[in-house]
Design a protein around this ligand. Structure first.
Ligand SMILES: *Cc1c(COP(=O)(O)O)cnc(C)c1O
Length: 389
């Protein structure tokens, strides 16, 4: 397997981690080609995660925007309300096959932790989730969910007490306990083989969407649109279309502006963090900056190496959408379709609202609705109340 996407990716990790990653890569290659592994995973994805998710023609949104036809890939209808379960089930099943007894994860907003804890409950593995103590307080409901699934949550008090620090603790645990434990990374980031492995598990999004749009329209879409945090739902949608004449648009969080955003591709520079070469938000000395977005799930100061490569090669375009525009996207989809998007996905909707009106009525835009927005209701209500003062 190639550890690089162009010049991005790689394995920039301490020496002690190299043999562990090597074993993981070998196990992934072996098991992912085993038909028994695939059929076990398919069954979990179907009966536990509720796949396949629908491809929905958003008729009223399309009429409202007055341009291209807009289709939504409904990952919001997957178990636990987002695409994260696709990867969590894949990796936890792999770990079980490898004879591991214990799963390590880290989580910021809590969505990945919840998906991993659920997969561990279903597959009977112990689960430890590292979470910055700041995030633990902010995402209290997700902490309760994880505990209900039997996971142990460990608060991290170092550094900024958020995701970046939780990742460091999870890595430390992994190095110490690698013979019994597997570290489940939640997006297409980290050292090889994670970006490739997570992309493969999430490619079910694009594979299903491709078949569904062919059934429906008899042709491929003109544009794909997806939000980009670490980049897993976007790569999952894009990857099966990479060889086709389909434009791919990744939407980052522009936050509130130049000094407060999570737009690693649009505003970051090349660097190394968490084991791979990619684009990161950092200062001139290479100190990683604090990311900001209205949506916790986009709040990571880096991005997967495959996206970095697509940006440099021009295969995909990357744009960014502000907190305010995302909030408008949130309301627009709710109002026109009766679907509350996750605030992350609302960034993609906001971009579609800009793009679709500039296109022909025969054009097709397919957008990944990565998650549902019930979790964001309270925050939105609070922001609305503040703006009315
Ligand atoms: C976590 C999350 C994201 C961001 O992660 P990616 O790896 O970029 O997909 C986007 N949408 C939802 C609903 C999420 O939970």
């Amino acid at each position: 397997m190639n550890a690089y996407f162009g010049k991005f990716g790689g394995q920039f990790v301490p020496e002690t981690l190299m043999p562990i990653l090597h074993d993981l890569e070998a196990a992934y290659i072996e098991h992912s080609q085993d038909p028994e592994f695939q059929s076990e995973l398919d069954l979990l994805l179907t009966d536990l995660a509720g796949r396949q998710t629908p491809l929905y023609f958003a008729k009223r949104l399309t009429e409202h925007l007055g341009g291209a036809k807009v289709y939504l890939k409904r990952e919001d209808l997957a178990h636990l309300g987002a695409h994260k379960i696709n990867n969590a089930l894949g990796q936890v099943l792999l770990a079980k096959r490898m004879g591991k007894k214990r799963i390590i994860a880290e989580t910021g907003a809590g969505q990945h932790g919840v998906a991993t804890a659920a997969a561990c409950a279903a597959l009977e593995l112990d689960c430890v989730v590292y979470m910055g103590s700041e995030d633990k307080a902010r995402q209290h409901l997700n902490v309760l969910r994880m505990e209900l699934f039997g996971a142990e949550i460990i608060g991290v008090d170092s550094g900024s007490r958020t995701l970046k620090d939780a990742i460091n603790e999870a890595l430390r645990d992994y190095i110490t306990n690698c013979t019994t434990s597997h570290y489940v990374i939640g997006s297409v980031v980290g050292p090889h083989p994670y970006p490739t492995m997570v992309r493969d598990f999430q490619s079910i999004i694009g594979n299903e969407a491709r078949e569904q749009v062919m059934d429906r329209e008899g042709r491929l879409p003109d544009h794909l649109v997806a939000c980009v945090g670490g980049g897993s739902n976007a790569i999952g949608l894009f990857h099966p279309f990479v060889e086709d004449e389909v434009r791919m648009v990744g939407v980052e969080a522009a936050g509130t502006g130049l000094t407060s955003n999570s737009a690693s591709l649009s505003l970051g520079t090349e660097g190394v963090l968490h084991g791979n070469l990619s684009y990161f938000l950092q200062d001139e000395q290479g100190q990683i900056s604090k990311a900001h977005s209205i949506s916790a799930g986009l709040d990571y100061p880096g991005v997967g190496p495959e996206h970095a490569h697509y940006k440099d090669s021009g295969r995909a375009e990357y744009v960014s959408v502000s907190d305010e525009e995302a909030l408008d996207g949130f309301k627009l989809l709710s109002r026109t379709e009766g679907i509350i998007p996750a605030m992350e996905s609302a960034h993609a909707i906001a971009q579609v609202a800009k793009l679709a009106p500039t296109l022909d009525k025969d054009d097709i835009v397919l957008v990944c609705l990565s998650g549902r927005g019930d979790k964001d209701m309270e925050m939105v209500a609070r922001l609305e109340a503040e703006s009315c003062l």
